[in-house]
Design a protein around this ligand. Structure first.
Ligand SMILES: [Zn+2]
Length: 329
């Protein structure tokens, strides 16, 4: 008897500082297939009063083009409270959006269960289910860009921690006396290897230009990227020692640079990883490009809604109950 549920559809919204991307994915068992996608500009400067209605309008258009959607997941570029669906701090949004009820506003207007996820975790979830992480038992992912996002997946599940902040690989301390990071700590991996640091290390105005010059054989750019790759390698080696992943996925806005960075990263891993065999660790570039965040948000909404419907089957109900009881104390 085949008791598999029928295929279902799920909306993902990826709230970025420049664009809101949406995708509707169809789930059929373990298969996820993007059906439709599009994007519109984010009215970031006008604040939540403008952005939330835009999110709702984008969602409504997606539902009109792709009927039958059962849940919505929303990727946010920052910190949020998973229990209430409110944002805590979005670094690139004016005012930081403390306490904005994004999930409630969007889910209520669309009539769908709605769940937030950090955008880097959404990227990782998408790569894990249908991209470069597919088939991995455990995976770590990094998104290289304005900041450095991170994600950890163990035994096929993206680790969220109690508040959705697990996997902040970019905010591990690499040098206790290093440069200040935007998070308030000093010496974070992000403080060494974010896009503007790549440009600075290579003597270029942008990270993209640094990569292009390195490809053309420019000595300073090659040396600068080797230095950045070394820091990334240190951070990844730490993760390998702690988590023993079998897949490492490098993505993000400058993922195109990944091939130039992979060589120094691998060199550093060979120097530092002593506890496990590097031969069993695949270091790869992401496959889903700029749509990974929206796809992952859709998957997160689908999986969270399913867990809420069938708590006994997943064990997540018990965790949710525990969460609620902690919050009530
Ligand atoms: Zn930091």
């Amino acid at each position: 008897m085949d008791d598999r549920p029928p295929p279902s559809r799920h909306l993902g919204l990826d709230l970025g500082g420049t664009n809101i991307k949406w995708v509707v994915v169809e789930r059929d068992g373990d298969d996820w297939r993007p059906l439709e996608r599009d994007h519109v500009a984010t009215p970031t400067a006008d604040g939540p009063d403008a952005v939330l209605p835009r999110l709702v309008a984008v969602g409504a258009e997606a539902l009109a083009r792709c009927p039958g959607v059962g849940s919505v997941g929303i990727g946010v570029p920052g910190l949020y409270d998973p229990a209430t669906g409110t944002t805590r701090f979005l670094v690139n949004f004016p005012g930081g959006w403390p306490g904005v009820p994004v999930a409630g506003a969007v889910g209520g207007a669309l009539g769908l269960p709605a769940f937030l996820i950090n955008d880097a975790r959404a990227f990782g979830l998408a790569e894990l289910r249908l991209g470069a992480g597919r088939g991995a038992s455990s995976m770590i992912g990094l998104t290289l860009g304005t900041g450095i996002g991170g994600v950890i997946a163990m035994d096929g599940v993206v680790v969220q921690g109690h508040d959705g902040t697990a996997g902040e690989i970019g905010h591990q301390t690499i040098d206790p006396d290093g440069p200040w990071c935007g998070c308030g700590n000093r010496g974070c991996l992000e403080a060494f290897a974010r896009a503007d640091q790549i440009a600075a290390a290579c003597g270029t105005s942008t990270a993209e230009e640094a990569v292009a010059r390195a490809r053309d054989g420019d000595g300073r750019a090659i040396e600068g990227l080797a230095q950045i790759g070394r820091y990334l390698g240190i951070g990844i080696a730490n993760m390998i020692a702690v988590l023993s992943p079998d897949r490492i996925v490098i993505g993000g806005g400058i993922a195109a640079a990944a091939d130039v960075l992979l060589v120094p990263i691998r060199d550093e891993l060979r120097r530092r990883v002593r506890t496990t065999s590097l031969g069993a660790v695949e270091l790869v570039t992401a496959e889903l490009g700029t749509w990974a965040g929206a796809i992952g948000a859709a998957i997160h909404g689908a999986e969270t809604a399913a867990a809420a419907d069938h708590p006994a089957a997943t064990g997540k109900g018990a965790a949710a109950d525990r969460h609620a009881s902690v919050g009530a104390r």
